[in-house]
Structures are given as C-alpha cells and as structure tokens.
Design a protein around this ligand. Structure first.
Ligand code: FAD
Ligand code: SF4
Ligand code: SF4
Length: 398
C-alpha cells in the first residue's frame, strides 16, 4: 500500500484565522494549504535558514568574501537586458512573462504559478497555475501587495503535474524551497524577482492616499532608481514623486511588519532573478544563480538586447545620512525634494552601486526594526550576509 504523506493529514487554515507567524506573516499562501504541516521550518518569519537552502538549491554556499556575492547572492552570471520587443503592460519589458511563456510552449513545464489581479479589485492578487500563454500574460505587472502565491500548492499535487515553474518573491520562495521535496515533482524551476517594502491591502490604500495626486486612478507604481516613485495612472500618464518628498512620518509604519523584518531582497533561493536595480535606467537586471537558471534564460536569449552590468559612484555617505533621516522621520518640502533629486540623479550611485545603496539602506532599517521590536529574534533571524553588510555603518545606540 502506498504511504500517505504526513502533510495530507494536515488542514489548511481558514482565511480568517491568525497565521502561525502572527503579525509577521507575509501571507505567502503556504498556510492556505495542507503544507502548513511544515510551517515551523518553512515560514521565513519563524525559521530563517537561507544559508542552508542556498546550498540545497545552488549546490554551494554564498561566498561572503566576494563583494558581489555578499550583496547579490550565489550566482554564476549577472547581466543587464531588455526585450527588443517589450510586452505591453508588463512591469518593465516583460522578461519574466516571456521566459514563462517560452518554458510552457516548448514543453519544459506543464504549468506556471503566477499571480493575476482579482476582477473586483485591481490590487488584490489572485494566484493561479497558468497552463496557457494567455493566462501567463494576464499575470504580467507587479501586484504591489502581499500575495498568497503558494495557496495553489495543493492543486499541483492533485493535478499530477511533474514539471513546474514558480514565479515569486523571496519569502514565498523560502517556504517553497523548504517543502520542494514534498511536492511530488520531477523538476521545479524557480523564477524570482527582488522584493522590498511590500504592504498589505490597507497599507497600500494609505500609501496611495498620502502620496499620489489621484489615488483612485493609480494602476501600478514602482520605486525607481531615478529616486522617484513612478505612479502609472489609468489614462497612461506617469506621475513622479521623489523619495525625499515622501511623508516619512505618515508612512513610517505603512510597510507590512514582514517586510520590515525581511533580508531576502534579492531572492537568494531562485534559480534566476529578474529585477531592475543593478541595471541602467530602462534595462532589467538578471542574476543567473545556477545551471537551471542558465537553461531558463537561454529560452529568451534571442528576444533580448544585453549589456554587461556596470557600477558607478559611492553610496556609503548617502546610506549613513539616510539612517539618521529615517530615525528622525522628518519630512522635507516638495520643492527641496525636487532639487535634491536633481543632484542625486547627476552624481548618485549607478548600476550595481545603486543596488548596494538600496540593500544597505533597507538592511539597516530592518535590522533596527527587529532589534527594537523583536530583540529575542535578532540573532537567529538576521542572516550572516546581512550582519556583515550592516556592520559597515554606525547605528543609533537604541
Ligand atoms: P512581468 O513580465 O510584468 O511579470 C511580473 C511577474 O511578477 C508576473 O509573472 C507575476 O506573477 C509576478 N508578480 C506580480 N506581483 C507579485 C507579487 N506581489 N508577489 C509575487 N509575484 C508577483 N526589482 C528590483 O530590482 N528592485 C525592487 O525594489 C523591486 N521591488 C519589487 C517589489 C514587488 C512587490 C515585486 C512584485 C517586484 C519587485 N521588483 C523589484 C521586481 C520588478 O519590479 C519586476 O517585477 C521585475 O523586474 C520583472 O519585470 P517584468 O517586466 O519582466 O515582469
Ligand atoms: Fe504561513 Fe506563509 Fe504566513 Fe508564514 S508567511 S505564517 S508560512 S502564510
Ligand atoms: Fe516577502 Fe520580503 Fe517581499 Fe515582504 S519584502 S513580500 S517579506 S519578499
């Protein structure tokens, strides 16, 4: 008689029930399935074990003595790229959707876990297992809220699928990697995006209302490396608001507690990562972590224009000043914000140095948040690579 896996006896939590990670839950979706059985080891906010999972996923540890690996994780290649024919309506040029479509149509996978928008609310994520290119395309563009991508995991086992691509952000992928062996798959491909400063649905509303001139028409937004938030409105217009002009006091607690304690900005456990932060403006940034990631990128090579990654400037003074500014939670007037923005654009860090600027600033902020709110978690929750990065800065005593 076949042995029933232990998790089949577990039961998904009803959506109204508090998750095991309590207020730190990032709503990754695992607890919406019987894989909740593994939550103690799998949840990124209960057990941090990125180092162990890096070795499992990529066959080796992150080299902490290499500046590039310390910041951007285990990798064999890093390039800047853009689609020669961008996908209309994609977040950037649509490299993520294009890879997924090629993998599906060439038969490398039978399904793709991705996230569409709910019909009733454009910002409510609706995870799906896409089985056609049209379903993948319907998932293009970021849903800027916590998204339960793993809530479809039970359907995978039930469907009998053996080859699967999962698209997701760091906290989802950490849980996925922990339960990977229980999914009954022959091959799992993981396509990740970087992720930072995410919000729950209520937090998103507060952010839009405090920052945009027309919150009800915003279709999507992104924190860009020109140091502005770009809001795209339903009429196609783009509104730019400088980071320095954000109402820091109002927005101090807008980000989800999970994201204030997250150190997996660069999605360390994905096979291939597609973001923008290490690339020149308008280009995407691609990190190939292992041979599986290389195989995935190969699928779209003929659709891409590429160039080597570059790095320019020195972020350290800007990061150090930012620490004090964030702590004081001061707001500066819009006109001054635009002026500062102009100068930072001219002389600010570029390419990989911009990536390091963003990682440094977020890691320091999150470290202070964990230290002040969850001191008992600090030692085990902050990964070694993040501790090394943070140690380069002078932090407030308390
Ligand atoms: P598209 O072809 O438009 O595809 C986007 C894919 O993302 C879709 O397949 C969809 O399933 C998936 N997706 C959308 N929303 C979510 C979600 N909430 N959770 C999980 N999966 C989702 N890159 C950086 O370099 N720096 C950042 O700071 C940064 N922050 C991000 C924050 C969030 C919340 C997200 C989702 C992404 C972020 N990215 C960041 C990644 C970047 O914005 C683009 O998603 C990436 O470059 C891919 O662009 P694309 O045009 O190829 O994607
Ligand atoms: Fe469960 Fe995911 Fe929330 Fe952790 S983050 S408690 S695994 S739903
Ligand atoms: Fe998850 Fe971290 Fe993104 Fe928050 S910032 S959604 S915790 S990967």
């Amino acid at each position: 008689m076949p042995i029933t896996p232990a998790h089949h006896k577990a039961k998904a939590l009803p959506s109204v029930k508090r998750r095991p990670a309590k207020e730190l839950c990032s709503e990754c979706g695992l607890c919406d399935t019987y894989y909740i059985h593994y939550v103690k080891e799998a949840c990124a906010f209960i057990t941090q074990h990125i180092g162990e999972l890096e070795t499992q996923s990529h066959g080796r540890d992150r080299n902490l003595d290499s500046d590039r690996e310390l910041y951007f994780g285990v990798h064999q290649d890093m390039i800047a790229a853009r689609k020669t024919e961008p996908i209309e309506g994609a977040q950037w040029t649509g490299i993520v959707s294009s890879i997924a479509i090629e993998m599906l149509t060439k038969g490398m996978v039978e399904g793709v876990v991705c996230v569409q928008s709910s019909e009733s609310d454009r910002f409510k994520p609706q995870p799906v297992i896409a089985r056609t290119p049209a379903e993948i395309l319907a998932a293009r563009v970021n849903k800027p809220t916590l998204s339960p991508n793993l809530s479809v995991l039970e359907q995978i086992e039930q469907s009998g699928m053996k080859r699967l691509l999962v698209i997701g952000v760091g906290c989802q992928i950490q849980a996925l990697r922990t339960v990977e062996k229980q999914l009954g798959l022959e091959k799992l491909y993981v396509l990740g995006t970087p992720c930072v400063d995410n919000v729950n649905r209520a937090g998103l509303q507060k952010f839009l209302e405090t920052t945009s001139r027309s919150p009800e028409t915003v279709v999507h937004y992104e924190f860009m490396q020109d140091f502005n938030v770009h809001f795209k409105h339903s009429d196609g217009s783009i509104e730019k608001v400088p980071f320095f002009g954000l109402n820091t006091k109002e927005l101090k607690d807008v980000f989800a507690p999970s994201c204030m304690t997250c150190f997996d900005y660069v999605n360390a456990l994905a096979d291939l990562v597609v973001g923008y932060m290490g690339a020149p403006f308008g280009w995407q940034w691609i990190v190939v972590r292992n041979d599986t990631g290389k195989e995935m990128l190969e699928m779209v090579k003929d659709q891409l224009e590429t160039q080597a990654v570059m790095s320019n400037g020195d972020r350290t003074a800007a990061v150090q000043q930012g620490i004090a500014a964030y702590d004081n939670a001061t707001t500066i007037p819009m006109w001054l914000a635009y002026l500062i923005n102009f100068f930072v654009n001219k002389i600010g860090p570029k390419g990989l140095e911009y990536g390091r600027f963003s990682i440094d600033s977020h890691f320091v902020r999150n470290y202070l948040y964990v230290k002040r709110n969850y001191p008992q978690k600090l030692e085990a929750h902050v990964p070694e690579f993040a501790k090394r990065i943070i140690s380069r800065y002078k932090l407030p005593k308390q």
